[in-house]
Design a protein around this ligand. Structure first.
Ligand code: S3P
Length: 439
């Protein structure tokens, strides 16, 4: 039988220290893509070197964008929006952000290319981006709503659109904005449910003709983006694992430096405050238009809460770890409006509820909701099927710091898509997490 090295987490004492979390995945991917459209060289400091980001970097190299890694920065030789037909299929691995944003950009870039991804990405919905791109009159095809996507250079006249986003998705919004960069005229997007605005912030920072008024975004092209130095903030979604681990630990205090605090990413802070969390944000400032700050977290006795649909896009990637917090909070927590959670790297509503209930957590699963009955102690001890989902893997490992019995996950490789230093960082803080050999 094949030997597999994976991870095991066990009951931990206090967590203490001052740390920086890995750089932001969403902003890292955008920094590569958008700087490739500038005319001239962009230096990117603190780029996240995770698989999702490196896959986008390889794709750009296949499109003949020169990228050099220096000691502490990457240099991107932008060609003002010109790309060459790739010799290979463009492979985005596990990254929905990479493939959806690049599909938009390439669809109006006069090239021929095929875009694909791994098994998980190949089961995620793509029609949400294809429909608005078809409205823009680009030549793009899909495979029954899934990958691979193909873009064709048929010299069509692209047209700017007025589009109302029915789904609160930053990937769909960014796909349209990047397609609009090469589309003469004004593209207008109305957001019914606002989502993270990293693309808008970066485009404006680099000089794009972009105006945002309330929930209406207007981008007028052509645009000539000017390269500037970019510095990537810490990833709030990675910080979320540390924040919740510290809150649930006894006699613990950790400071997380330089964490991205974009309003549309930090819904978790609002929810945790209601759960009685002791969290202080200090030293707020900006990196290339993005708010960053230091977060001080102290052990807290968490209480249950009700989380409604309206906050979903501001919290979307943090539900798996928030479900772990709810499992140890006193009382019953309720979460509503979780439809979008079903189309992430796994169906996170079912993968997390399976993993938690197998490990002793009492819960009730609805169609797009979940009720979690929190207890001071939880059993643990059951092998976790992560369904190849990095956030499920990391959330359940943190569960193992507090459950009576240890947690072993089926595989650990996919953690590298967003948080390659997960084990080392938690070990440094004092948590019990180690390699485990499985047969
Ligand atoms: C992301 C947007 C969100 C989020 C994903 C990253 C982005 O996806 O879940 O992890 O970088 O734009 P949706 O836009 O599909 O909600």
């Amino acid at each position: 039988m094949k030997k597999i090295i994976t991870l095991k987490s066990s009951k931990s004492k206090s967590l203490n220290g001052i740390i920086t979390v890995p750089s932001d995945k969403s902003i890292s991917i955008r920094s590569l893509i958008i700087s490739s459209t500038c005319l001239g060289n962009t230096k990117i400091f603190k780029l996240l070197e995770s698989e999702d980001v490196l896959n986008t970097l390889k794709v750009l190299k296949n499109l003949k964008i020169k990228i050099i890694k220096n000691n502490d920065y990457y240099e991107i030789f932008g060609q003002g929006g010109f790309f060459s037909d790739p010799q290979k299929i463009l492979h985005f691995g596990n990254s929905g952000t990479g493939v959806r944003l690049m599909a938009g950009l390439l669809s109006t870039s006069a090239i021929n290319a095929t875009l694909t991804g791994d098994k998980s990405l190949s089961s995620r919905p793509m029609k949400r981006i294809i429909d608005p791109l078809h409205e823009m009159n680009v030549s793009i095809t899909h495979n029954n709503g899934l990958l691979p996507i193909k873009v064709f250079n048929r010299n069509n006249q692209h047209i700017p659109i007025n589009h109302t986003l029915n789904v609160g998705s930053a990937q769909v919004k960014s796909c349209i904005l990047l397609a609009a960069l090469n589309t003469k005229g004004t593209t207008k997007i109305v957001e019914k449910i606002p989502s993270r605005d990293h693309t808008e912030i970066m485009l404006k920072f680099l000089g794009a003709n972009l105006i945002k008024e309330k929930n209406v975004i207007k981008l007028t092209s052509p645009n000539f983006l000017k390269p500037k130095e970019l510095k990537i903030p810490g990833d709030f979604s990675s910080a979320a694992f540390v924040i919740i681990a510290v809150l649930l630990s006894k006699k613990s205090k950790v400071t997380l430096k330089d964490v991205g605090l974009n309003y549309y990413r930090t819904g978790l802070l609002d929810v945790l405050k209601k759960m009685n969390a002791n969290i202080t944000v200090k030293n707020k400032r900006k990196f290339n238009g993005e708010i960053v700050g230091d977060i001080e977290v102290v052990s807290s006795n968490l209480v249950a809460t009700v989380v409604n649909k309206s906050i979903v896009p501001r919290l979307i990637d943090e539900y798996p770890i928030l479900f772990v917090a709810a499992s140890f909070a006193s009382g019953t927590s309720e979460f509503y409006g979780l439809k979008e959670l079903k189309v992430k790297e796994s169906n996170r509503l079912s993968s997390m509820s399976n993993a938690l209930s197998k490990n002793g957590v009492k819960l009730e699963l609805g169609n797009d909701s979940i009720k979690i009955y929190g207890e001071e102690t939880q059993e643990g001890g059951s092998h976790v099927e992560t369904e190849n989902d990095h956030r499920v893997a990391m959330s359940m490992l943190i569960f193992g710091f507090f459950s009576n019995k240890s947690i072993v996950i089926d595989e650990m490789e996919m953690i590298k898509t967003s948080f390659p230093s997960f084990r080392e960082l938690f070990q440094k803080l004092g948590a019990k997490i180690e390699y485990f050999q499985k047969f």
